[in-house]
Structures are given as C-alpha cells and as structure tokens.
Design a binder for this molecule. Structure first.
Ligand SMILES: *Cc1c(COP(=O)(O)O)cnc(C)c1O
Length: 439
C-alpha cells in the first residue's frame, strides 16, 4: 500500500483533509518535516516523560532533528524503542557522550579539501559536496559536525569553484556527488551541475550518493529521472540499512531509477541494535537485489562524535560477512569496509580463507569449513614488465591504457620501480641517516 492508515492519520494531523497528492509531493513532505519534539509527539502519539523530554531537548540543541512525514510513518508506535527507523531518525541523550577516540572530522575530509566542497583523497576520483542539507538527519551521520549548520544550498558561484578544480585536474575521471543530499537541489540546479561536470572531457563517469529512495522516495519523479538520463553514464548509490525501509514507495522509486538505466548501488552502515544481525542483513540484501540494487559497501560505523551507542566491534562485521560469502549470491553481498580515521580511505576487511602456503600449493578453506588445496603451476616464467605500454614487451596488445605511476603497495610490487620499502615520514632511524648525510 502506498498510502496506508498510519500515513493517512499523520497527513490529516499535519493538514486537515490532506490529499494523497500532497503526501506524494516531495516539497510538501519537506515543508512538513518534523523538526521538534512537540511535533513528533503530536504526530506519532508517542509521549515522553519530563525528564526524557529535557534530555531530548539537550540532544536536539546539539544535533538537530529532522524527519520527513513519510519516514516517520514507518515507525512502529507500539514498539518504537526497538524500531530501526526510530533509532536512525530520532536521537537520545547517548548522542551527547563524546569518547576520547572520537573525532569531529574522523575522515579528515576537511584537510583533504583543495577547494571548498571537494575532498580529493584517491588518485582518480573526487567527492564533491554539492549541498549541505538532507531531508532526514540520520542520527548515525558521519558528517554530524556539519548537520544543522545553517542549512544552505550552495550558489552556482560556490559550486563553480569545485567544477573548476575538477576541470583543472586531468586525472579525475570519476566525480562523486554527495552532500548533504544532492537531490535536495532544485531540478534546474541538478541539470546545470551535471551539464557542467559532464562537459569536462576527462570526466568519464558521475556518481550520485542519495538517501532519497529511503527517506523521501517521492523525490524520484519522472521529471528528475528525465533530467538524469541526459547525463549517462551516471551511477546512483543509496543508503538502505534495514529491510523495513524497503516499502512499496521505496520500490517504486528504485524501479523508476532502474528503468531510467542507472546502475544502482547501496551503502549500508553497520549499526548496533539496528542491523547487526546476519539474518536482518541477509534479508536486506535480498530485498535490494530483488529491486535491482547491487549492495556495494557495508561500512563499519565511523569514529564521529556521539556515535558510540551505534558502534559494533569489527568482529561483528566479519561474522556477518562470514554468513554471506558462499551462503548467498555473490552479487548480493557488499564489501565490508572501515573508513580509516585520518583520511586513509576505505579498507576492506574479510574473514580469512587462506590457511597455509608452500612454494607450489595453497591450502584454502571454503564457507562450509571444507579444507582444500590449489596446486600452483610448476613453472611460471616471470616476465618483467617495464611499464612501457607503447612497446609492450609482454605483447599483451593493449590500447588506451592508464600509464600513471604505481603508488603505495602497488609500487612495491611493481617490476619497473626499484622502491624496496615504504617508510613513515617521521621514522627516527631514517631521520638520523639524513642527519649523517648533512654532516
Ligand atoms: C568513498 C570515497 C570515494 C569513493 O570511493 P570508492 O571506493 O571508489 O567508492 C571517493 N572519495 C572519498 C573522499 C571517499 O570517501
């Protein structure tokens, strides 16, 4: 059902004789987003006692509340304290706890920002924050520090700085629009922004990260899809965390996007008491692939301030991956990643499958616990690659190859580079050696 009795009741409390056309109008939804405790109580019929109200006010002063009427309608009133939507949308005093290990900007996005709005961390792609607002404020937001800063939609002049940076940085081939939620921008602005970015010759693909299919699925209008269609190849990633979020309205939004021809991905966050259960996770992943969404990442919850109650040990994530690999379709399982504090980027983590190794045999285990061996070739003649692709000595017959230099561990493995180690900048032993040279 698209418009159920709970939704009807909420709609009528917001506006007498509210119509379904209002409910499904995303601007109406935004206009009536729930931003206060009183409004929340009025619309849901849930009541908190005085002490808890006081604590909630303190919480919302620091981390503001904003829930769309649609997302609110998914909360089960009877059992709200255990409700996964309630936990993601509505805060509590535990958000005011800040641990020593927590950071305001754990991913150092601000330090890796060459111009306002851009985070440039990886060699060939950038993150472009094109809006700092969202239709629903996730309580587990990694960018909590920015939420509720005066909401603003950046002007074209501000966005132009980011566009210029991309245009002037030829190795950027992939631009990831994020925010906030890029779909909070008006259609005309999205059209303009995509036309500017896609006109840059070295940009091969654009990606959009949005939570709209989850929290405000009516934002995915035919008009929006028709605008997006002009800018293929366009990849869209969304953020479902729990199977309860995959409603009839959400399915309709996903179908519009999939029919529009956009490859769809999903990034979930592993959250304590929300989805830290192999069965819930599997149910979510199966529902996603049924709706043509490919699970992309499962994130370990970041070390942002006020998220300690959401965090699980990494072992929980590994346990979940163990329950998925081999047990369900390969394309139904995400890559579990830890976004390294300090800006190191995403680090994939998995259970171990290699048990032992000799010069010609590898001992492996499978998902059932069966131990098996893989016999390696008796002779494998190593051909040295000199990275001169124009005159490929391996005669691999390659065209249009990326000839940038190897970095990091790839460089250590490369034949054509004589680096033998990577040394931390402040390694004392090496600093002493430099001193010796100076003397
Ligand atoms: C996640 C992220 C990307 C994209 O990474 P992929 O692994 O390619 O999805 C790019 N830039 C930043 C800063 C990111 O955090």
């Amino acid at each position: 059902m698209i418009y159920n009795s709970v939704q009807q009741k909420i709609a009528n409390k917001i506006e007498e004789e509210s119509r379904i056309s209002n409910w499904k109008d995303w601007k109406w939804q935004l206009k009536h987003s729930i931003k206060s405790l009183d409004k929340f109580e009025e619309l849901t019929g849930i009541r908190f006692d005085e002490k808890e109200r006081e604590n909630l006010h303190k919480t919302f002063d620091k981390f503001p509340l904003s829930i769309t009427p649609y997302y609110l309608s998914l909360i089960s009133k009877e059992n709200f304290r255990n409700d996964p939507v309630f936990k993601q949308a509505f805060g509590g005093i535990e958000e005011l706890i800040t641990l020593k290990s927590e950071l305001e900007d754990p991913l150092s996005e601000d330090s890796d920002s060459p111009v306002e709005g851009i985070t440039h961390r990886y060699p060939d792609r950038v993150l472009f924050h094109v809006s700092n607002i969202c239709s629903m404020y996730c309580r587990h937001c990694t960018r909590k520090r920015k939420v509720g800063d005066i909401d603003f939609v950046p002007s074209k002049a501000q966005l132009k700085k980011g566009i210029e940076y991309i245009a002037n940085t030829p190795h950027v081939r992939d631009v990831l629009l994020s925010g906030g939620d890029p779909f909070m921008l008006p259609d005309s602005m999205i059209d303009w922004l995509l036309s500017e970015i896609s006109a840059i010759p070295h940009v091969e693909i654009i990606r959009i990260g949005t939570r709209m299919p989850v929290v405000l699925p009516y934002r995915i209008t035919d008009k929006l899809v028709n605008i997006l269609k002009k800018y293929q190849p366009l990849w869209i990633n969304t953020h479902f965390n729990h199977p309860n979020e995959i409603t009839a309205s959400a399915k309709e939004a996903l179908a519009k996007l999939a029919d529009g021809g956009f490859p769809l991905g999903n990034q979930s966050v592993l959250l304590a008491d929300v989805n830290d259960c192999p069965r819930i996770m599997k149910s979510l992943l199966h529902k996603l692939v049924q709706n043509r969404v490919r699970p992309y990442y499962l994130y370990q919850c970041d070390l942002s301030e006020g998220l300690s109650h959401f965090r699980t040990p990494i072992g929980k994530g590994i346990e979940i991956m163990e329950s998925l690999i081999g047990h369900t379709s390969g394309f139904a399982r995400p890559t579990y990643v830890i976004d390294a504090p300090g800006g190191g980027g995403k680090i994939p983590v998995m259970p171990n499958y290699i048990i032992s190794w000799s010069t010609n045999k590898v001992v492996l285990r499978n998902y059932e616990g069966v131990i098996t061996t893989y016999k390696e070739p008796d002779s494998y003649e190593q051909k040295m690659c000199d990275r001169d692709c124009d005159n490929c000595n391996l005669e691999l017959n390659v065209k249009e190859i990326d000839e940038s230099d190897a970095i990091g561990i790839e460089r250590l493995l490369s034949d054509s580079n004589d680096s033998i180690s990577l040394v931390p900048e402040d390694n004392e032993r090496h600093l002493r050696r430099e001193d010796e040279i100076v003397e």
